[in-house]
Every structure is written in C-alpha cells, then in structure tokens.
Design a protein around this ligand. Structure first.
Ligand code: OX2
Length: 845
C-alpha cells in the first residue's frame, strides 16, 4: 500500500498561504471586518457591541488556531509523554481579554477596534463567563490549564460541556436567594470548536457476562448507548506559541431517535431516549463539598471518563507503541474523586478489549493515575450505592469487587488488596473494614476515595497542612499500608496573568516600570516580584501604589453604582469575603462580627464615632439550600445598617449577587482586607487568599490552609491571624459535646449579638432561629470559641489601617512575596514530582 503524500497538492502553495500571528493593526481591522461580513453575515450599519465582540473574538480565535494547530503537530511529531487533567469542573470565566494578553495583541486590538468605532472595554463586557464550575476546585483547574500552556507542558484538560453552568443567583428584596439557569451558550460560543468527527459511544446499563472463571474477560452488552462528541477549547500560553487543548464532551443520542417506536406511532417514546441521552451533559451539579448519590451525576462521571479514556487510548495507539508502554506516555490526574471511575474503566479496556492479564492490567493502571484530594470534610467524600452502580455499570462493579477481593471469596479477585492488608496487619478487622472499597450497610456503598487511593501512583493534598491532615486522618490507614512516599503535597497556585495583569492592569504596569523588566518575564517568574520590597521605603512609589488601590476601589464602586444603584463610600476601608457559602467557611462569623461592630458604633457618642475607621464590608457567593439563611441575614443586616443615619458613614454592608470569576476580577484589586476565616483544619487551601495578596490586599484569617504558607512567605507581621489552632479543634468539639457551656457564659458579646437577631432587630427573628441555634447548640464550627479573638484581630486591622504609610508598606511587601503562589510553580511541581513530564516548546527547535 502506497503511503499517501501530505500535504496534498503543491506544498509551497500551502506554506505561503498559512496565516501566522499578525500584529499589524491594519491586518486586525481587516480580519474583524471580514468576520462581521462572512462569519456573522452582518453589516457595519447596524452592528452592535455584541456583534462587534463576536467578530473580534473570531478574529482573535484565528490567531489562536494557528498556534493550536502548530502545537498539536509539534506534540505529535515529538511524541512526548503527555498529561491529562480530568476535572468535572473548569471555571474559566471570560476568554477574550485573557487571550489578547497571552498573545500580546491587546494594544493592537484596542487600536483596531477603536478605528472601527467601538471600544475594546465595552466589547469585553459583552462576553459571558464560562462558569462550568462551583468554586475553588474548578477555578484551580482553569489556572492549571493557563500555566501548563505558559510553561510549554503537553497537558490537555478533559471535562464536560454543560449546557447550563452554575446557576445565576438573584436576591429577592426579602433577602432570599433565587436561582435561574445559566444559558451561557445562547449567544453562541466563539471559543469552542465542535469536532463532530471526534466521537465515542458510551454504554450504560445492560448485562456483563464473565467469559472465564474468576477475574478474566467479560462481555458487556445491551443497555443504552450514548454518543460523546468533542468540543475543543484553545488554551493559549503566555509569551509562547504553545496553545493547549481543553476537550469538553457533549452527550447526544446515538441515533436521532428510536425509529422503531417512531414508526409504530409512539412519537413520545421515540424522543424519550434521545432526551435522556442529551440530559447527561445538560447541567452542572451546583454541589460544592456535598454529594447526593444521584443517578444522573453517576452517569455524567462515567460518560466523561469513558469518552476521555477512549480518546487518550486512541491517541496513544497512534504512536504505534505496545500497550505496556502506556504509563511511559500517559499520566492522568484525577481532580478529586469525581473521575475515579477512570480506574475501573481502564481496567475494563485493558482486560476486556486488550485481553491483558489482570495483574498486568493493574500494574499499568496504578502507574498512570495520580489523585488530588481537595477536602477532608466527610460530607464531601463520594460514595456510590452498590445497587446503583450494579444497575448502571455492571461490568465496573465486577471489577471493583475484583479489586476489593475479600479474602473469603474464591473469585480470583486479585486478592491484591485486602489480602495484602491482612498479611501486613493480621487480625486487624477494623482496619480491613475501614480500608475496604465497599462500606457495609444498607445499601452497601463504594468508597471512591479509597478506590482513587489504591488505584493511583501518587496522592497529594493542596496545601502543607491539608496534605498532613489527609495523611493522618482520612487516608491514614493507606499511608501505613503503602508507606508515606506515595503521598505528597502540592500547594495550590493561581495564574498571575488573569489575577494580576488582566484584573489589575495599572498595578501590572507599575510593577514592570519599577522593576524595569518586561511583564512577560515576571509574569512567568513571579519570584521576580521580590525586588519590589526595596521600593516599600520609597515615598513616591508608595503614593503610586496607594493611588492604584484607590482607583480600583472607585472602579468597584462604579460597577456597583451602575449594576445595583448603590453609592459606595470609597474613603472607607474595603473588607471583602467572597466564596461559596458554607458553614465551615464561617460567613456567619463575619456577619455576626459586623453586627457587633454596629452595636458598638451605636453605643458611641458622635464625637467618638468620628475617630472610628470607616469600613465597607462586601460579601458575595452562591449558596446551596442549607445556607440560604445566611444570605438572608446578611441582606437584612445590610438593609438596617445602611439606612442608619448615625452609623452609615462608618459602617456599611453589601451582598453582591451572582458572584462569578468576572466579578472577582473587579472585587479583588479593590480590597484592603479580605477574610479567610474557616475553622482551623477545614479549608484545604483556599486560592482567593492568594489572589487578594497578589493584588496588595491583606488577610485576616485563621491558621488554616494556604493562609499559613502565605504568612510564611510575606511575614506574620503582615497577616492578621486569629482563632484556635487545628489540634485544639477536636478537643473543643469534644467539650461542646460533653460539657456544653451556654453562649451567655462562654462569650457575652456574641450572646448579645445573637439576642439582637432573635429579638427582631433585622426583621422577624424566628426566621433566623435555625441559623442562630447552630451556634447556641453544638457549634460544630466553633464560632463561639473564636469570636473574641476574631473581634480582637479586626481591631488590630483597624489600628493598622489608620497608619496608612505602614499599611501601604505591608501591602507592597505582601505582593512582593507572592512568588511561591504562581500556578506555574504548582504545575511544574506536578510535572516533575508526579507526571515525569518535560516542557515541549513550539518553534524552538
Ligand atoms: C476546594 C477546597 O475547599 C479549597 O480549599 C481549595 O482551595 C480548592 O478546592 C482547590 O484546591 N470542592 N472544592 C474544594 O474542595 C472540594 C471537594
């Protein structure tokens, strides 16, 4: 068979017609106008901002595609080891601004767009956030994609293309959270490329019949088959041609609809199965730190892991290598336990389709996967009921039982796992029960964290303290079994491109001009910021630094004025807490502190009040139903105190609805102080803490998660710590249980605040009883125990802020010492210590 000649036709014609990145303004206007005419079929006469945005986006996309193609070709030729980041969430936010900055084309597009009579700033606002995530876990995945491309690493992301992202949040006048769907694809999405030719069939339900005794091959047939179709999102690196890929799967019925039913006149039956296929990727589950065991969620997880693995294996097979080399060419990172089904799925492929021996397959599997845990909260640990798994994934349930291999079965059952445990710890039945993949009970449940742990090569937590807690609590038995070297830590990071250069352009400019280095250098080596420390002593520099913060506060105030109609006092200190609402994050502690401050202000004479540090408190965050009440309290406290003529100049409060990546980009640069106040030992890392500090905001926080490492870097004198430490938390909970002390005794100022709420100062106190009672009774998250120390910390913040010169010095030193928290450092850590991956820069050889 003759080899086909590529490219077809005349190679020079191809080569001379390939478009490169063209930074010429004339070329840019030409390309934008072209897209207006031929991609959008619109005209200059009636072009609105949305149309102009779309044309600009398509034009920028052309540039990205050239790089994307080149990168993929380069990777194919070099055939390096690749890593795949499997995440059920990618919280990308907007793309246009980020792409322009990473391609270094922003000023040219600004000019070009201007010449066409539009403003780039306005066009940027037309873009909808891609909000395919809940919070920190999904945003981390997005930062890691940016860093992988920027560091020239051959990393692809795999996720789901949800038709609806995280719900839109509205707040009713009474303070209730209302939820609306997020139809982010309604205006078309210029950043994705449908790949109808890249699709896989994914099976659900049916029967699995073992073809040999014990653990060998099986035949899985019947059930429902659904099609997974790929959509590719280009991920441009900063100051490099490397452009990686995020592949998102959409579910479709395998056939348009069931023709048999259709012909028999059963039209509804005919579309039912197509509806159920399309439903799989219809919506992102809005659960953060909770699992519900829903059938559709399990189907999402399997649909996504099966399609991704099929794709990964197809790409590997194109290399022409033998399957036992799979781990030399592929590393797969499991972002939390959501993709854990990839482990039994790869076993299924290797055994049933590749006909490998069980042990050999297991050896491959356990060298390919890496697992990151993001929380030690028990309610977040995924478990799937065995009957549900047996129903939806009968073959995988067999494989999980084979892995589990209870010693008294005579299915071959690898015996691998529990037998080995039994050998190492003879007679320790409780340990066996704890480590088993199956939790006994009604129903039995599959423990995904245990499966992820035994099926992976290495496991990590996301900050030093958290990784220690993983090793000493939830995975302790596994550390004792496998040895500690299988466990590690990679402290989270954030991309300085989005979280400084893009969201705070003035500060970025000041840094470049002060350090006299191009931003493309320090943005990719964030330790370079260290040199800013010496400018903290420079009065002129401090003035510029402070002026930028002030303008960012005004930008936020302007945003609030235009979107919500409130006038914000920009002469006050801005205090911000933005994150998902959750009991462990303790937004309640913050709002109770606000009420306490309000009551104290009311008690002062007008003359004394004038000496108080004026403060505006901002909250934003979406809530699961269990935490609706906290929002309601915040909104009603705001209603009362913002209207109080005696105090409103000294204290005001806003709950900003519909928190998003884009809103964070306006809030973070404007903050003087931000709150990271989880009960010690509960926040695995936190990443917004890093974003605030990078933008010169200071922290008030507990000794928890990455707060600890931030303080190590920026100096404890620049962080306002409070609260009990992790080792005390268990003891305090024990005391609450067996020697409860009423709040009135334990903390009178807090008791007073709670009584004011119950007494109706913020509307019907009865509404808040359940919320207030979580503190009065049990107080699992130790609000009472930490309240005094919290109030003292806030007083120290006020005192420090009154000495503005010192404050600005702290602010500068904080930014200067944030080098460690670049996601570039974190991703290189994964590449070197976990995946064994090398950078493959495009166009450098
Ligand atoms: C979050 C963690 O709560 C947060 O502390 C961490 O910074 C973030 O993940 C990124 O690692 N869902 N979200 C998280 O954990 C889970 C589970």
């Amino acid at each position: 068979s003759g080899k086909e000649k590529w490219p077809r036709g005349d190679e020079t014609v191809w080569k001379t017609n390939m478009r490169g990145v063209d930074a010429d303004v004339g070329d840019i206007t030409k390309s934008v106008v072209n897209h207006v005419q031929t991609s959008l079929a619109r005209q200059a006469y009636n072009l609105d901002n949305l149309g102009a945005y779309q044309a600009a986006a398509l034009s920028v996309r052309d540039n990205m595609l050239v790089n994307w193609n080149e990168t993929q070709l380069h990777y194919t030729r070099k055939a390096p080891k690749r890593a795949y980041y499997l995440s059920l969430e990618f919280l990308m936010g907007r793309t246009l601004d980020n792409a322009l900055l990473n391609l270094d084309l922003k000023s040219q597009y600004k000019d070009g767009i201007n010449q066409l009579g539009f403003s780039l700033e306005d066009l940027l606002e037309e873009e909808r956030d891609a909000a395919l995530g809940n919070g920190g876990l999904g945003r981390l995945a997005a930062c890691y994609l940016d860093s992988s491309a920027s560091q020239d690493l051959p990393v692809w992301g795999y996720g789901l293309r949800y038709k609806y992202g995280i719900f839109q949040q509205l707040i009713s006048p009474e303070g209730n959270q209302l939820e609306a769907p997020d139809p982010w694809l309604d205006n078309q999405n210029p950043w994705e490329l449908p790949r109808i030719d890249v699709n896989y069939e994914v099976r659900f339900y049916g029967q699995s019949e073992r073809l040999s005794e014990g653990h060998g091959r099986a035949l899985w047939t019947g059930g429902q088959e659904v099609l997974a179709v790929a959509y590719d999102v280009m991920i441009p690196g900063c100051n490099t041609r490397n452009t990686n890929n995020l592949r998102l799967w959409e579910s479709k019925p395998k056939r348009g609809f069931d023709l048999n039913s259709f012909n028999a006149g059963n039209y509804e039956g005919a579309v039912e199965s197509s509806n159920s296929a399309a439903a799989i990727t219809s919506v992102l589950y809005p659960n953060d730190h909770t699992t519900f065991g829903k059938e559709l969620r399990l189907k999402q997880q399997y649909f996504w892991t099966a399609a991704s693995l099929a794709d990964i294996i197809r790409r590997f097979k194109n290399l022409g290598k033998s399957i036992n080399e799979f781990p030399d060419y592929v590393a797969i990172q499991l972002n939390d336990t959501h993709p854990t089904l990839a482990i039994p799925e790869l076993m299924r492929i290797l055994i049933d389709e590749e006909d490998l021996d069980w042990n050999f397959a297991w050896q491959i599997v356990t060298n390919v996967f890496f697992f990151t845990n993001h929380t030690v909260l028990p309610e977040a640990l995924e478990k799937w009921p065995v009957p549900l798994m047996e129903h939806i994934l009968p073959r995988h349930m067999q494989i999980i039982y084979d892995i589990k291999a209870v010693s008294n079965t005579n299915t071959f059952a690898a015996r691998i796992f529990l037998q080995a445990v039994e050998k190492k710890f003879p007679g320790d039945r409780e340990r066996l029960a704890r480590m088993s993949l199956i939790e006994e009970g009604f129903p039995k449940q599959v423990r995904m964290a245990n499966l992820a742990c035994i099926g992976s090569r290495r496991i990590n937590g996301v900050a030093e303290l958290h990784s220690k807690l993983v090793q000493t609590t939830i995975l302790k038995d596994f550390v004792e079994f496998f040895g500690v070297s299988k466990f590690g830590n990679v402290t989270n990071g954030i991309t300085p491109r989005r979280w400084l250069d893009q969201c705070n352009p003035e500060l970025s400019k000041l840094i470049s001009s002060t350090l006299k280095i191009d931003k493309s250098v320090w943005l990719k080596d964030l330790y370079k910021l260290k040199d800013l420390v010496k400018y903290a002593a420079d009065k002129g520099f401090r003035a510029e630094w402070a002026a930028i913060k002030q303008r960012n506060k005004e930008r936020l105030a302007h945003h609030i004025e235009t979107t919500l109609g409130f006038t914000v006092n920009t002469n006050a200190m801005f205090d911000v807490q933005i994150k998902r609402l959750h009991e462990y994050k303790r937004q309640t502690l913050n709002i109770l502190g606000v009420i306490h401050r309000y009551l104290e202000l009311k008690a002062l004479t007008p003359a004394l009040r004038k000496k108080v540090n004026p403060k505006v408190v901002f909250f934003a965050g979406k809530a699961a139903p269990a935490f609706f009440k906290t929002i309601r309290l915040i909104v009603n406290v705001a209603r009362v105190i913002n209207a109080d003529p005696e105090t409103k100049d000294y204290l005001s409060l806003y709950f900003l609805p519909d928190y998003s990546v884009s809103l964070a980009e306006v809030l973070i640069p404007a903050s003087d102080i931000s709150q990271h106040i989880s009960t010690a030992g509960t926040e695995a890392s936190g990443t917004s803490n890093m974003k605030f500090c990078l933008n010169g905001g200071l922290l008030v926080g507990t000794v928890d998660g990455a707060n600890i490492e931030i303080a190590e870097e920026v100096g404890e004198e620049n962080v306002f710590f409070f609260g009990h430490l992790t080792p005390a938390v268990e003891d305090l909970r024990y005391q609450h249980m067996y020697h409860p002390v009423p709040v009135d005794e334990a903390c009178p100022p807090l008791a007073n605040v709670l009584n004011q709420i119950s007494g109706g100062l913020f509307g019907d106190g009865g509404v808040y009883e359940p919320l207030v009672n979580t503190i009065r009774q049990g107080d699992y998250y130790l609000v009472t125990d930490d309240f005094d120390s919290y109030i003292r910390a806030l007083a120290m913040v006020d005192e420090a802020y009154l000495d503005r010169d010192e404050w600005v010095k702290k602010s500068i030193c904080t930014t200067a010492n944030m080098g460690k928290f670049s996601s570039d450092r974190a991703i290189m850590d994964y590449a070197q210590e976990y995946w064994n991956l090398e950078p493959i820069p495009v166009g450098k050889d």
